[in-house]
Design a binder for this molecule. Structure first.
Ligand code: FFO
Ligand code: ATP
Length: 195
């Protein structure tokens, strides 16, 4: 399958999910994540879900992680296909952008180099951590800017895809993937343990 065929395959599977299935699988992903990592005093980056596209609902995960960490949320710029990032606090107000992505309207801007963990959305991922998103390169660009010590964790409601061939020259592999079945460490070279 080509990259576009794989994208379409997972888009179609997601469309068949009911809201209840989406909640159920999201809870399993959240539980598996938190069983593996709580983190403490870290700066963690997490996307908020496009509900319409049945993405993993990261909101309960964000709430839990924020108890012991600082959490930042991206703001997407669809002219440049890049993102800025704002710290979440108890006053943060959100507004959906034109693609239905909830975004913080206020908050302290984050320096990308300070981010220690990134929770990454995806359509498909393989055991090597190679990932396929919606194809605009937002996360390829963002992960390339991060520090070499940053941990990249993908979350998905589907199983790992057999090898994604046709890897893009810009593809940055993920270190871990969390699915409803569990947590997988990929074959990508791992960063130094977080301090
Ligand atoms: N929650 C979330 N935020 C994210 C991403 C993501 O995957 N998930 N992205 C990751 O890179 C970037 C946004 N990427 C996007 C790229 C294209 C479309 C888009 O074209 N949507 C179409 C059709 C999508 C479909 O059917 O699958 C639409 O909204 O109609 C949406 C988001 C940055 N922020
Ligand atoms: N660091 C980069 N600098 C310039 N262009 C890039 C960079 N990363 C990716 N691109 C371009 O962005 C486009 C989309 O890349 P790709 O198909 O890998 O997106 P994706 O990973 O599926 O999407 P996303 O990251 O938005 O979820 C490609 O045309 C690629 O050449």
């Amino acid at each position: 399958m080509t990259r576009e065929e794989i994208r379409n395959h997972y888009r179609a599977l997601r469309k068949e999910f009911t809201p209840e299935q989406c909640i159920y699988y999201s809870q399993q992903v959240t539980n598996n994540f938190l069983r593996n990592w709580m983190f403490n005093h870290k700066l963690i980056h997490c996307f908020l879900p496009i509900h319409r596209l049945r993405e993993v609902d990261t909101i309960p995960l964000v709430k839990r992680l924020r108890q012991n960490n600082r959490v930042c949320i991206p703001v997407s710029n669809f002219d440049k296909n890049n993102m800025t990032h704002k710290i979440l606090d108890e006053h943060t107000q959100f507004q959906d952008n034109a693609y239905g992505i909830p975004e913080p309207m206020t908050g302290e801007d984050v320096n990308v180099k300070d981010i220690q963990v990134v929770i990454v959305p995806l359509l498909a991922v393989d055991q090597h951590g190679n990932r396929l998103g919606y194809g605009k390169g937002f996360y390829d660009r963002f992960l390339a800017e991060c520090s070499p010590e940053t941990l990249f964790i993908g979350v998905t409601m589907f199983d790992i895809h057999d090898d994604l061939t046709e890897i893009d020259e810009f593809d940055i592999p993920l270190h871990y993937v969390v699915t409803p079945k569990g947590v997988l460490q990929t074959t990508a070279e791992q960063p130094a343990p977080l301090r």
